[in-house]
Every structure is written in C-alpha cells, then in structure tokens.
Design a protein around this ligand. Structure first.
Ligand SMILES: Nc1nc2c(ncn2[C@@H]2O[C@H](COP(=O)(O)OP(=O)(O)OP(=O)(O)O)[C@@H](O)[C@H]2O)c(=O)[nH]1
Ligand SMILES: [Mg+2]
Length: 426
C-alpha cells in the first residue's frame, strides 16, 4: 500500500514536471523578438569616507585614521555570441552595486561589484541622455561632507589665510582629480561586432569618499571631517540590433525555410504546412571544417515569409524587410514542387522585385538560390528556374535540395561557406 502511494506521488510529480516544462517552453517560444530597446543604466555610488581617530591605551590624542569609502561598481556591455539572438532578454534598468563606507583604523570600504550587460554581436549602442549632466559640468566635483558624530562645526575662519573649510575643499578637489579615471567618449556610440566579448564601459561608478587622514595639514592637526562618495553616472541608452545573422534565408511563405534551418543547424523553428508559420526570425549556427582543415562557422536565420507587396507594407511588410537588411548575405529559398501556389519562376521574379523595390542594395547580397522540395519536382521546373536566374545574374548559383530528406546539403553548405568566406575576405 505504501509502495503504491509512493508510486502515485512520483507519478504525479512527473506529470507536474512535464506540464511545467512544456509550459516554460511555450513561454520561451512566445517571447517577443526585440531588435530595439531603451535601457536606463546607473553606476554604483561611492561609499563615504570615515572620520575617526586612533584610540589606544596610553596614546592620548591619537592620529586621524578614517579609511576611504569603496568606489561604486561600473556597468559594462559585452557581446555574447550563440546565447542571445535578439534583445528581448534585456531589462529596462541596470544598476551596479555601491561601495561600502570606510571605517576607523584605516580600514577602506570594499568596492561595489560591477555588472555586465550581454548583447548579441551586431548591436549598436547609443547614449541618448546623460541624467547627471548638470553635476558633471565644470571642472570641480560636487563634494559632500561627512562629519564625525558629535557634529563639531567646521571652523569658518582660520587665523590666517584660507579657512579650514576652504582648504579642505581644495584638498578634496585635488584628491578627486588625481583619482579620476580617463574621460569616456561623449556621447557613447559603440558598434558591438564580433570583438571577442571585450567589455566596454557604459556608466562609471562614483569615486569613494576620502577619510579624514587626507585632511591632516599643518594648521588643522585634528580634521573631524571626511567626504561622501560621489554618485555613479546615470545614462539612458538605445540599443539596436543591426546585424542579425551572416546568411538570411528569404522566400515566400511555405517554401521550406524553417525546415532547411532545422536540418542544417540545431535550431528548432516551427514547421507547418501553412503560410506564416514563422513570424519572428530564428537563428542557428552552422559549424564546418573546410578543405584546409580550418573551422568555419556562420549564423543562419530563417526570416518570416515575404509576400507580394511587402515593400509597400503588405503582410509582415517592413517588419520583415528590416530583418532582411540585417543579414550580411541572402539565400533565396524557392519551392519548385508542383504543389506550390505559384510556379518557381514566378516566385523568383516576385522575390527579386520586392527586394529591389525596398532596397536595390539587398540584391547584391544574394549569392545562392535554393530550389527546395526537389524530391517532388521534375527536371523541367528546375531548368526553367536556372535559366531565369542565369539571365538575371550569372554569378548566382541555383542548388536543388530536399530539406526534409536532407539531399543536396553538402553542395549547399560548400556554396554558403564559399560565399561567406569571400565576404569575410572583403
Ligand atoms: N516534400 C518536401 N516537403 C518539404 C520540404 N521542405 C519543406 N517541406 C514542407 O513544406 C512545409 C512548409 O515548411 P516550412 O519549413 O514551415 O516553410 P517556411 O518557409 O518556413 O514557411 P513560413 O514560416 O510559413 O514562411 C512543411 O510541411 C514541410 O514539411 C522538402 O524538401 N520536401
Ligand atoms: Mg517558417
């Protein structure tokens, strides 16, 4: 009986797990493809410096020993290929940690930890607003003071020369200038290409405050003040994904683009025998070893179906064409089976016209025409397409394949790799 109950619980757990998995997968697939986002970024605040004095047995009037506050953490941005395809994972706000306050006995505060925002390669980062611009204007830093408990006032006037307060302000500015990092480019504009994932700064953390040790001078032998840490930079950025993939698969709906992507890569784009199965681009990476034993890899994207009039905004229209613009090279996928709605030559002409009307430069990126569903078609249909492509441009190759049966894949991959390596050389 007990055994029976256990089995039942385990079974129920399994069922629940299964349900949860499929539910999370459904959410993951529904996640929107985002190619433009605005984010607000803030560096951490510096910790406050400490105002304290040495207290030891038999040592009256110990020296000042307040430690510095830790610097606030900074926020960086870096590329991470293969994990993110678009910008939908980004949050609206990012903040690095603040530094901690300094302590007595010359103990410095710890640094705030920095954070890195990861984006896919091909993202353009633009600074659109600096939220603490007013504070950054001018050559002096906005120094704020921490006073020792007991709230002893800063003497307003010294007997001779500048007051203690003026002198301390001058010293603080000097310290801050000596510690300030090199200037950032203003405004920040980064083009995040494949740069090996090197992080670049977005917002610097504030410099930590200075302990009272720094304000010891000939006139003031017991400074009872320290500075607070500076605020971190706070900026608004616009991130835009400019390059989506190396090779984009374009074609009419139902041509077999997703099937081809799935068979060449580990992507799992939904395949369906109806139009507009794919509404957002899907990406996969092709990894090959060339004849010279050099590894070659390129990113392939299945771009949603294009229909007649897309260049005027019909169907997925501009949305779709924007994705096409983000591919470095294009491959047309054409259904050459008799089941297709229109003949393969008509399909080719339609695709050519739409791309030309949207942006004639796109046609220069066309390197291969993939004649898909060759398992269902006759030689005659293929010849008709070959002639038409040849008349348009001789350099474009027509490759018959069957994406479902994985036939013709070797020739296709070789052709894609050649086109991609020619592009890299240029
Ligand atoms: N016989 C045959 N059927 C294929 C081949 N390639 C794809 N198909 C079928 O064609 C149908 C459409 O395939 P998809 O990969 O969804 O087409 P798509 O171009 O991504 O379509 P959209 O996302 O709607 O633009 C599916 O039923 C596939 O099984 C092929 O080489 N031979
Ligand atoms: Mg599809």
């Amino acid at each position: 009986m007990i055994f029976g109950n256990l089995m039942f619980i385990q079974k129920r757990k399994l069922i629940n797990l299964g349900g949860l998995q499929s539910w999370t997968r459904a959410i993951a697939t529904q996640q929107k493809f985002k190619d433009k986002v605005i984010i607000k970024v803030k560096g951490g605040t510096g910790g406050a410096g400490c105002s304290s004095f040495g207290r030891e047995k038999f040592v009256p009037y110990g020296p000042p020993d307040g430690g510095n506050g830790g610097d606030g953490g900074s926020v960086y941005i870096a590329t991470r290929p293969g994990i993110f395809n678009n910008l939908s994972h980004l949050l609206s706000h990012y903040k690095a940690d603040s530094g901690t306050n300094g302590k007595g006995g010359n103990c410095h505060g710890s640094l705030g930890s920095s954070s890195i925002i990861y984006v896919p390669p091909g993202t353009i980062v633009k600074e659109i607003k600096n939220l603490n611009e007013e504070e950054e204007q001018g050559s002096s830093y906005p120094v704020q003071w921490v006073q020792r408990p007991g709230n002893e006032r800063l003497p307003k006037v010294a007997l001779e020369g500048p007051s203690f307060e003026e002198e301390a302000e001058r010293q603080a500015q000097e310290l801050l200038h000596s510690k300030s990092p090199p200037m950032d480019p203003y405004p920040i504009v980064y083009s995040m290409m494949d740069d090996g994932g090197k992080p670049r700064i977005l917002c610097r953390g504030g410099i930590g405050g200075f302990g009272n040790v720094h304000f010891l001078n000939e006139k003031n032998r017991s400074p009872k003040f320290a500075t607070k840490g500076l605020k971190g930079q706070s900026k608004v950025f616009e991130l835009e994904l400019k390059t989506l993939c190396d090779i984009g698969l374009v074609g009419l709906p139902n041509a077999g683009k997703s099937t081809l992507l799935n068979s060449l890569t580990r992507a799992s784009s939904t395949v369906g025998d109806y139009e507009f199965t794919t509404l957002q681009p899907h990406l996969g990476t092709v990894r090959l070893i060339s004849d010279n034993h050099i590894p070659v890899s390129f990113r392939l994207a299945d771009i949603p179906g294009l229909i007649e009039g897309a260049s005027e905004g019909r169907g997925l229209g501009f949305e779709f064409l924007r994705h096409v613009e983000r591919a470095k090279l294009l491959c047309m996928v054409i259904d050459i089976s008799p089941r297709a709605k229109i003949s393969c030559t008509e399909a080719f002409q339609q695709l050519w016209k739409e791309l030309e009307e949207y942006n004639p430069d796109l046609l220069k990126r066309l390197s291969v025409v993939i004649a898909n569903k060759a398992d269902l078609s006759s030689q005659k249909q293929l010849q008709g397409l070959e002639e038409m492509v040849f008349n348009k441009r001789r350099t474009i190759r027509v490759i018959p394949i069957s994406a479902t049966q994985r036939q013709g894949m070797d020739v296709l991959l070789r052709c894609m790799a050649d086109a991609y390596s020619n592009l890299s050389v240029v």
